[in-house]
Design a protein around this ligand. Structure first.
Ligand SMILES: [Fe+2]
Ligand SMILES: [Fe+2]
Length: 571
């Protein structure tokens, strides 16, 4: 349409972008988070600088309109550098239906509503896709120099916009952000950098939760008791029972048969990578929670996959970058081994690589992980944990050009005393060979990974088909760089008979029990907590009631145990 046919100004869509009649701030940075049960609960969030009244979300279905109102709670932090107070409005929407599409409007008094959509996770074993990257930054420059020209003080790069567009092409159920979101702790104007990050990502995060793990660049001097006050305020993450000042730094949620566990590695890493050195800040609370969470996940018959999302890495073959950290190898990896974590996604190193499944560690100074298999196309994660470094989310400082020619790893084994001039503790490195290294991408600086969960069939295996994409060309085409598949037995191949409790059985462990072997021949090494003599006939009725209790038993007697037979209880 030419100018002659332009609509009158009064009807111009431009007017819809102006502030409301009362001058209220706009609904900015709209984004979603899942609750701990992603099939039932979502939090809708946005932020303002000025106070607002009646922040709320109007919710409905695509066909039914916006019939339900959910009030938002406002939380704040005051940025210690600028003195600016940021107000974040979180509307917690409960009671949603699984695997269902909703529409919503976020609004406060005097503002134009911003619209988004929600898709809840399926319940049980279902197919879905999630994506992941870390170390994104913003597609903006962060600082004005003396000439009033913006310059880069926050690792900003146009690629930080490309990766978001790439994620939207996949349209995943959720996106995992593996730490170092926007590098606000480097920038002159921290609040603007956070705002830029949400401005760039709201086009995706208002439709699908971006579930983060805090990285070292979320640690901002003076913000909150340990530096994560901005992160903890912008996000409303599932409650993990942590103290108030630690809330949101670690959490877990379930989508389908996947349990995602998000960790904050600054607690255990040796590297001094934030604005302040916070190593050991939780006093072991995060580790205690992690072990309990892993045990509960493996005891849950509805969970097949345990995926950890974190920032600093166990593996890296980049030279002259951060390297791996012995603190994580000492604190987390033995737990990942004990509870059979399938997959770890992380960032911190600004490139893409992955490990073979690793299980156990050499007894050397760096606790070198031991590869349990070397097939790079199909990986049985009951043999070991696959680590993926996906740190090419968009910064201006990629590390793909820094990979050792043959795989080696610089491991930070400790830090030296703080430099009096900078206050920073220098890392102490030990170089190791990297027999665990499986695939490395030296060619592409930027990209993300997509994870297609295939639930498989009862009695068979379940799979995750993984593709690492780079985003390329003027129209942001996705080009697959690496494809592989994780497999493991579906959890329910264990005969889900039920509790014999209440039917006269004893749950005392039995020393005479034969070694446990999986009926399906998968070589599973599950988590035996006891062996049970059956003291009553197990009928179909018993089996049904046991299933209802959600406890899995491995039957050593077929088809149904009789009095005197023995069960092994798996938890
Ligand atoms: Fe980073
Ligand atoms: Fe980092």
């Amino acid at each position: 349409m030419g100018l002659a046919g332009a609509t009158p100004a009064a009807a111009s869509p431009v007017l819809w972008e102006k502030p409301g009649a009362l001058g209220a701030p706009r609904v900015a940075g709209l984004h979603l988070q899942f609750g701990s049960d992603a099939s039932r609960e979502v939090v809708v969030s946005w932020h303002t600088i000025a106070s607002v009244s009646r922040p709320r979300v109007l919710l409905g279905t695509p066909a039914g309109g916006l019939g339900r109102t959910v009030a938002a709670q406002t939380t704040t932090y005051r940025d210690a550098k600028s003195g600016t107070e940021v107000q974040v409005h979180h509307a917690r929407v409960r009671g949603l239906r699984p695997d269902t599409d909703y529409v919503y409007a976020a609004v406060h008094e005097g503002a134009q509503a911003e619209f988004g959509t929600i898709r809840t996770a399926p319940r049980g074993r279902s197919a879905f896709t999630f994506t992941s990257f870390g170390d994104q930054g913003t597609p903006t420059l962060g600082k004005k120099n003396d000439s009033g020209i913006y310059v880069n003080d926050n690792l900003g790069s146009p690629a930080a916009g490309d990766t978001t567009a790439g994620v939207e092409r996949i349209a995943p159920l959720f996106h995992l952000v593996n730490g170092d979101l926007c590098y606000a702790n480097l920038s002159t104007d921290r609040v603007r950098t956070w705002s830029d990050w949400f401005e760039n990502n709201s086009r995706s995060a208002r439709h699908r939760p971006w579930m983060p793990a805090a990285g070292n660049h979320e640690n901002e001097l003076g913000n909150g008791p340990i530096g994560y006050g901005a992160y903890q305020t912008y996000f409303s993450l599932p409650d993990a029972g942590a103290d108030t000042e630690l809330h949101g730094l670690w959490y877990a949620f379930t989508a389908g048969s996947v349990r995602v566990i998000s960790l904050n590695n600054d607690d255990v890493a040796f590297q001094d990578g934030g604005n302040s050195y916070v190593h050991g800040y939780s006093g072991g609370a995060q580790k205690r929670w992690l072990e309990a969470e892993l045990a509960a996940s493996r005891a849950n018959p509805g969970i097949d996959w345990v995926v950890a999302c974190m920032h600093q890495v166990v593996i890296s073959t980049a030279d002259k970058f951060n390297g791996a950290d012995l603190g994580i190898r000492e604190e987390w990896v033995p737990l990942f081994d004990r509870y059979g974590v399938d997959l770890v996604v992380c960032g911190h190193e600004h490139h893409y690589e992955r490990s073979h499944p690793i299980r156990g560690q050499q007894s050397n100074d760096t606790r070198t992980p031991i590869p349990a298999a070397t097939d790079t196309q199909t990986v049985d994660t009951t043999k070991g944990t696959v680590h993926m470094v996906i740190g090419g989310g968009g910064t201006s400082a990629p590390s793909n050009q820094l990979l050792f020619p043959t795989p080696q790893c610089r491991v930070i084994t400790k830090v030296g005393p703080a430099d009096p001039a900078t206050g920073k503790r220098p890392p102490v490195y030990v170089l190791e060979d990297a027999p665990w290294s499986a695939v490395r991408d030296a060619e592409h600086s930027y990209g993300f990974a997509a994870f297609e969960v295939d639930p498989g069939r009862p009695g068979g295996t379940t799979s995750i088909h993984i593709t690492f994409y780079t985003v390329t060309g003027p129209y942001g085409d996705l080009v697959p760089v690496d494809r592989f598949t994780l497999t493991r037995p579906r959890g329910n191949h264990w005969r889900q008979l039920a509790s014999v409790q209440g039917y006269g059985a004893s749950s005392r462990p039995c020393a005479k029990a034969p070694p446990l072997a999986c009926e399906q021949g998968h070589g599973c090494a599950p988590y035996v907590v006891g062996r049970i003599h059956v003291a009553a006939t197990v009928s179909q009725r018993t089996a049904t009631s046991v299933q209802r209790m959600g406890v899995e038993y491995h039957s050593l007697a077929k088809p149904f145990p009789r009095v005197g037979d023995m069960f092994t209880l798996l938890a």
